[in-house]
Design a binder for this molecule. Sequence first.
Ligand code: FCA
Length: 333
Amino acid sequence: MFRRHGIRSLCFAALTAGAVGFSSLSSAEEVKIGFLVKQPEEPWFQTEWAFAEKAGKEHGFTVLKIAVPDGEKTLAAIDSLAANGAKGFVICPPDVALGPAIVAKAKLNDLKVMAVDDRFVDAKGEFMEEVPYLGMAAFEVGQKQGAAMAEEAKKRGWDWGETYAVVNTYNELDTGKRRTDGSVDALKKAGFPEDHILFTAQKTLDVPGSMDATNSALVKLPRGAKNLIIGGMNDNTVLGGVRATESAGFKAENVIGIGINGTDAIGELKKPNSGFFGSMLPSPHIEGYETARMMFEWVTTGKEPPKYTAMDEVTLITRENFQQELEKIGLWN
Ligand code: FCA
């Protein structure tokens, strides 16, 4: 009797100890990191989130996804991350000038911070090189975009004399300025006449913003403008531009718009035809996965991510190959 009772209590004790041991172990091991993005409506950022979560599943950490469309929400999100037990976060800020405020808030809450896509700048407008950053090799990617535009124009047999380029710019953002500078550089190298390039500044970084910008450039075109190249720092900035050319009466065969991101152009490329010819697809899946993994490693082992990682691989996706290319990297659904 005693023995039986003893054995039962022992078993119970062992089970309880096991359960307690297990639960304390799992809670001690649960690492949370934040992933904050400025424009959650862009499939680009949704892709980064999805792959950050994939990294979390594979490496055993939780990703807290938060939309931070403005400065106030950004600072509040950092407090709430800390309150929820996160140890660090990856962020694409709504405004790069928030860099010093983000870093101060992170320090106050004892959180590690890494920037993705848009690099923090300090009060003087200089990069905050002390904050680890992973992003696009913007000028080079822009050059590839410009070269692809020129190549397609040549394929169509366009005469430069009656071809104009409208470049939607967003120079407030370094990665934006470098991309459009790069594409203009490549256009010029391909022989495109400099005085046929119209720059037009976007007030906002979205489709309506680029539509307005392109509209205000189109009215300045001379009568002889038959063909148009539409540029901009990402898919939305080119999509809006292409929409403006349609309302102004330009046909798809007279317009070549090539974006950057790829992810945000899928719906457009599914349409049989439009002036939106294609997009330069970098690696949002790797960016999301790697930044989350690096942050996890940083908070668990102390290994800080490199201060600067540039992603320069891009593939031109068009109606011909977009499904294939997106399938290859698991972005087709
Ligand atoms: C910036 C743009 C995004 C994407 C990213 C890589 O944050 O706003 O659309 O191009 O860089």
